[in-house]
Each structure stands twice: as structure tokens, then as C-alpha cells.
Design a protein around this ligand. Structure first.
Ligand code: DQA
Length: 143
């Protein structure tokens, strides 16, 4: 099993970016913990972060035929990128939408996700644990 974890704009700054909202753990640290957890459960895992919409779309396209599922925090693109939404719909891979913060308890513009309808499901509001909850699903682990 191969899983891709993707992060969009500004998530490279995790740990120093608004720690009251996003926590004080770096993306590198989160990724290394995700890697350990995935490998312990017999899966391969890769990571990709970009601040650029087109690069994220290319990564989604390139995931075809390589990965079984994608864990994706699209950052602010979540709320307005129809191009990313169309790319998710096009690739026919299960994409799990992840947010660190509870987007529904924040500004109004964060309440709507244009990618949710084409994702398998959404996990939001559990801090860095949101990624692990998504990984548990991707690994097919039963409670
Ligand atoms: C986010 C929430 C988005 O609204 C925001 O633009 C982000 C991070 C989250 O993980 O909580 O960049 O996706």
C-alpha cells in the first residue's frame, strides 16, 4: 500500500505560523511521525508540499497509478480552488481532506470547502492528530 500526504500553501511554516491555531510542531516532525506510523503498519508513505496551485495539481495527476490514497491539507485553496477540486475529481483516487484547525469555528470564508464534495471525507479540528486520523483510515485499520 502506498499513501501520499500532500500539503498546500503556508503549511511549510507549521510550528512557527500562528502556533495558537496550528500548533508548534513543524511539518517535518509531523511527516516523520506519520512515516513511522505508516511503516509500522506495513505501508509506504511519501510527502509533498507546495505553495503553488499548479504544482499541487501536477502532484495530484502524477499520483495516478502510483498511490492508493492521498491525505490532503489544501490550506486556503480548500476554500476557492475549483482547479484543485477538478483535479481531485479527475484522478479517481480516494482523497481524504484534512485540516489542523476547526475551520467551522473560524472566519466565515473558511466554513466552505470547494473540495469536500469530491473528497472521500473530511477530518478537521484535531490539530496535528487530524493527519493521523486520516492515516488510520487510509491504512484501513478497524477500531
Ligand atoms: C487549514 C485551514 C485553512 O483555512 C487555512 O487556510 C490553512 C490551514 C488547516 O489545516 O486548518 O492554511 O487548512
Amino acid at each position: 500500500m502506498k499513501i501520499l500526504v500532500m500539503n498546500g500553501p503556508n503549511l511549510n511554516l507549521l510550528g512557527e505560523r500562528e502556533p495558537g491555531v496550528y500548533g508548534d510542531t513543524s511539518l517535518e516532525e509531523i511527516n516523520s511521525r506519520l512515516k513511522a506510523y505508516a511503516e509500522k503498519n506495513g505501508a509506504e508513505i511519501d510527502f509533498y508540499q507546495s505553495n503553488h496551485e499548479g504544482a499541487l495539481i501536477d502532484a495530484l495527476h502524477n499520483a495516478r497509478g502510483v498511490y492508493d490514497s492521498i491525505i490532503f491539507n489544501a490550506g486556503a485553496y480548500t476554500h476557492y480552488s475549483y482547479a484543485i477540486r477538478d483535479a481531485i475529481a479527475a484522478i479517481k483516487l480516494p482523497v481524504i481532506e484534512v485540516h489542523i484547525s476547526n475551520v467551522h469555528s473560524r472566519e466565515e470564508f473558511r466554513h466552505h470547502s470547494v473540495i469536500s464534495p469530491v473528497c472521500k471525507g473530511t477530518i478537521a479540528g484535531f490539530g496535528e492528530q487530524s493527519y493521523f486520523l486520516a492515516l488510520v483510515y487510509a491504512l484501513g485499520i478497524k477500531a
